[in-house]
Write a protein that binds this ligand. Structure first.
Ligand code: IDP
Ligand code: MG
Length: 141
């Protein structure tokens, strides 16, 4: 079994509704191990860098405002096949289209306020982990 890593963010809408504990429990029950955890507020420049691939899109400015509207929780997760399995666990970007039992279906409010982020590839996972966590905050065993 090869260990793989993915980066998640519990987004402002979910932190605001006090769902951090519930969501983390759901994630660990699904077999993921928490190997990095941090609550913070990020500034405009930090969010713009994180979502650089979406720069210029119609929803970009609103997305940046939303992601800096309140605290977020960054979570580094370990599991076999972590990236793909976690995307399945969170469901479609649009909570209305997400399958039953997925985090976005259960907790998401709208396409923008969809409660959670998950890396879309191993390469993104590595970039995003280094983006939020220093090496001494990443616990790979
Ligand atoms: P993903 O989070 O499922 O990977 P992306 O297309 O990478 O989806 O978009 C990043 C984030 O931007 C989404 O999770 C959501 O918060 C927001 N977003 C994406 N598309 C839209 C849209 O059409 N309207 C409003 N917000 C959007
Ligand atoms: Mg994405």
């Amino acid at each position: 079994m090869e260990k793989e890593y993915t980066l998640s963010i519990i987004k402002p809408d979910a932190v605001e509704r006090n769902l951090v504990g519930k969501i983390l429990n759901f994630i660990t029950e699904a077999g993921f191990k928490i190997v990095g955890l941090k609550m913070m507020m990020v500034n405009k420049y930090k969010v713009e860098e994180f979502y650089a691939e979406h720069k210029g899109k119609s929803f970009f400015n609103d997305l940046v405002e939303y992601m800096r509207s309140g605290p977020i929780v960054a979570v580094l997760l370990e599991k076999e096949n972590a990236v793909e399995d976690f995307r399945k666990l969170i469901g479609d970007t649009d909570p209305a289209k997400a399958e039953d039992g997925t985090i976005r279906k259960m907790f998401g409010i709208s396409v923008q306020k969809n409660s959670i982020h998950g890396s879309d590839s191993r390469q993104s996972a590595l970039r995003e982990s280094e983006f939020f966590f220093a090496s001494y905050e990443r616990f790979f065993f």
